[in-house]
Design a binder for this molecule. Structure first.
Ligand code: TXA
Ligand code: MG
Length: 349
């Protein structure tokens, strides 16, 4: 299929530039669009056929459900059984990088929700995404717009690498602002929350709305064999580059001595906080260094991570090292993605 690529400035969106994209969605086609988290691969969320096309284009297992994207948080009630907790979350965090799992109504095809009784809804803040949903007149089902198994795309070039020829249109809206996927919470019957995937909306943010936030064990820990997962996406191997990744928990000096030793006989890459780069260069001059923002700048780290992982796949590193993120605040989202990229390998010294 020939993919049309258009470029739109998210700070200056005029409706007429998105009419063709909206027509494609209405007619059951596939459009990749930017959001504030990562790029999404969108289709009509009310059409079983369109949802099936998404799975095919991504090479995604059909038992991994899609998020439906709406323009107005109140529209969730058309497709799900909303409750008070949902509306409190919506008031505080929507539009924005939060996805809420709620019981689905019958008008959401089982293909969109992979036959689950629930469906995930999200109301993005990116102006291109918002305008596209409004003009389409339907909720847009969209997973991240990567080929299944590679990191979510945060730049138009990532999308084009993975998806050119597989979709009708790609909207280039520049780099994703945040760079990791949305926070996902499930609202339980008793109104409490379970965190299924950490993101920019942190546990502390959620606690301001709901006094009980349970963190699903798969957020930080490896699943036991045959463990039942709360979110199907948790069971798939995710975000792992071809080269093995190791997360190091140690003072920079100690970590760099170890990396220097390894780099004597191996081709090594390291993600390195800005303030430590000079020291790493001195200790291990052969190492390929990825600048990873300042240690306390987790937003910049989130913004950079997937681009670094994609770039690493263009090299043939024997080993990749990165600092172990903390599990607080946005750090938990980094921890969750990086621990998977590292196949749970942590070196403590
Ligand atoms: O930031 C984001 O959320 C991006 C942008 C495009 O909106 N989307 C995204 O979609 O990351 P995807 O499909 O790559 O990840 C959605 C995750 C999957 O792991 C899926 O298993 C989970 O959400 N999910 C979807 N529906 C669910 C449901 N009803 N119950 C539990 N988990 C669900
Ligand atoms: Mg994804």
């Amino acid at each position: 299929m020939k993919t049309k690529i258009i470029k739109i400035d998210p700070s200056n969106v005029c409706e007429s530039s998105l009419i063709e994209a909206a027509e494609i969605i209405k007619n059951g086609g596939l459009v990749i669009f930017p959001t504030e988290t990562v790029y999404g691969l969108g289709a009509d969320g009310t059409s079983a056929e369109a949802a099936t096309k998404i799975y095919f284009a991504k090479g995604r297992p059909s038992d991994n459900p899609l998020i439906i994207h709406i323009e107005d948080p109140r529209d969730a009630s058309k497709f799900t059984y909303t409750n008070e907790t949902y509306f409190r979350l919506a008031e505080k965090f929507m539009p924005g990088p939060l996805t809420v799992v709620l019981p689905a109504k019958d008008n959401v095809p089982k293909e969109t929700r992979a036959s689950l009784p629930t469906v995930a809804v999200r109301c993005p803040s990116n102006p291109i995404a918002k305008t596209l949903i409004r003009l389409s007149g339907v909720p847009i089902a969209a997973p991240s717009a990567n080929l299944s198994g590679s990191p979510s795309p945060t730049k138009a070039s990532h999308v084009i690498d993975d998806m050119d020829g597989r979709v009708d249109m790609i909207i280039d809206g520049g780099d994703s602002e945040f760079g990791l996927e949305s926070t996902i919470v499930k609202v339980e019957d008793n109104g409490t929350l379970t965190l299924l995937r950490p993101g920019k909306v942190t546990v502390d943010d959620l606690l301001t709305v709901c006094p009980v936030v349970k963190i699903a064990s798969a957020v930080t820990d490896q699943l036991a064999e045959n463990e039942v997962v709360l979110s199907p996406g948790m069971k798939y191997r995710h975000y792992a580059p071809k080269s093995p990744v190791y997360l190091i928990e140690a003072e920079a000096e100690k970590a760099f001595n170890y990396i220097a030793e390894r780099s004597a006989s191996s081709y090594v890459a390291a993600l390195c906080y800005e303030e430590d780069i000079e020291l790493l260069k001195i200790k291990a001059p052969n190492v390929h260094i990825y600048k990873f923002g300042a240690e306390n700048d987790e937003l910049l780290q989130a913004h950079l991570l997937f681009d670094i992982l994609r770039d690493a796949d263009k090299h043939t590193f024997d080993e990749i090292y990165a600092p172990l993120p903390r599990k607080e605040g946005v750090g938990l989202a980094l921890y969750n993605r990086m621990i998977r990229a590292a196949a749970y390998h942590i070196i403590r010294m």
